[in-house]
Design a protein around this ligand. Structure first.
Ligand SMILES: NC(=O)c1ccc[n+]([C@@H]2O[C@H](COP(=O)([O-])OP(=O)(O)OC[C@H]3O[C@@H](n4cnc5c(N)ncnc54)[C@H](O)[C@@H]3O)[C@@H](O)[C@H]2O)c1
Length: 258
């Protein structure tokens, strides 16, 4: 039988890595793409227990050639039947300070990267299969600090609708997950940026600054964890969601209610 392969981008750390670890239970092989072919080391212990085949590929999702090579690699292991786009960038920046380079790079990674991998997946995949794109509650909130990021993620949601329509008759589903607030490197970079600007934050730890955002934004009053996102992704990729496509699901303790 042909091996079932899951491709996950942004899998070297953070949410992408947590999603990949969760998918190890469901797929024969994982092909993990990131700018680096090394894991952060944070989950080293958990990777030791994984029995699926794992291949790490250096891939820049902004680049079509790099994405083609990623799928060439994936096909060496079997049938790519699942794709998760978790590669992403974005730190808080006031709207009036976002320059063209920051705008373009945010869209290049978050939106073009997701487009290129979805397109390549649709070109190559014949089997019933599924895609999950990781957007963000930033796509639905507006706000001074996230104009570039939110717009790039809103584009991911609409792109996912098109992918879902194109794939539907071939049994290829595509859904989007909007994570809430998870303290990963992305948030740590944002906290470092905010601390530089606001002397009032200097005496607070990363956890304390982050908790302040959680209290402001999350009705349930607690942060999300990477495994919350990973569970939703696994569900949407799996057979339990066989009639779910073109949907956007928030995992955010009620921050965005749709
Ligand atoms: N952490 C949160 O609270 C949160 C909330 C909403 C959405 N998200 C989204 O979840 C996804 C994962 O975020 P995270 O918090 O784990 O961030 P992170 O910064 O820890 O991880 C992002 C990963 O993407 C990789 N990456 C960046 N540019 C790339 C490129 N050009 N090609 C390939 N890989 C690239 C990075 O190397 C890194 O490993 C992102 O799409 C992010 O926008 C995160």
């Amino acid at each position: 039988m042909t091996a079932r392969v899951a491709v996950v981008t942004g899998a070297a750390r953070g949410l992408g890595e947590a999603i990949a670890l969760r998918l190890a239970a469901d797929y024969d092989a994982l092909v993990l793409a990131d700018l680096t072919d090394r894991a952060s080391g944070e989950c080293a212990q958990q990777w030791e227990d994984v029995t699926s085949e794992v291949s790490r590929v250096r891939c820049d999702v902004r680049d079509a050639g790099s994405v083609r090579e990623l799928f060439d690699r994936a096909e060496e292991f079997g049938d790519p039947v699942a794709l998760v786009n978790a590669a992403g960038v974005g730190i808080f920046t006031p709207l009036l300070e976002i320059d063209e380079a920051m705008w373009d790079n945010t869209f290049a990674v978050n939106t073009r990267g997701t487009f290129l991998t979805c397109q390549e997946f649709l070109r190559r995949t014949e089997s019933a299969s599924a895609i999950v794109n990781i957007a963000s509650i930033g796509a639905r909130l507006g706000g001074d600090m996230l104009a570039h990021y939110g717009a790039s993620k809103a584009a991911v949601i609409e792109l996912s609708h098109s992918v879902a329509r194109v794939g539907a008759s071939r049994g290829i589903r595509c859904n989007t997950v909007m994570p809430g607030l998870i303290l990963t490197d992305m948030w740590r970079q944002t906290i470092a940026f905010l601390r530089e600007r606001d002397p009032g934050l200097a005496s607070l730890s990363d956890d304390q600054v982050f908790q302040g955002f959680v209290e402001q934004m999350v009705p349930m009053g607690r942060p999300q964890e990477a495994r919350d996102i990973a569970e939703m992704v696994a569900f949407l990729l799996g057979d339990g969601a066989r009639n779910v496509t073109g949907q956007t699901v928030s995992v955010d303790g009620g921050a965005v209610m749709t």
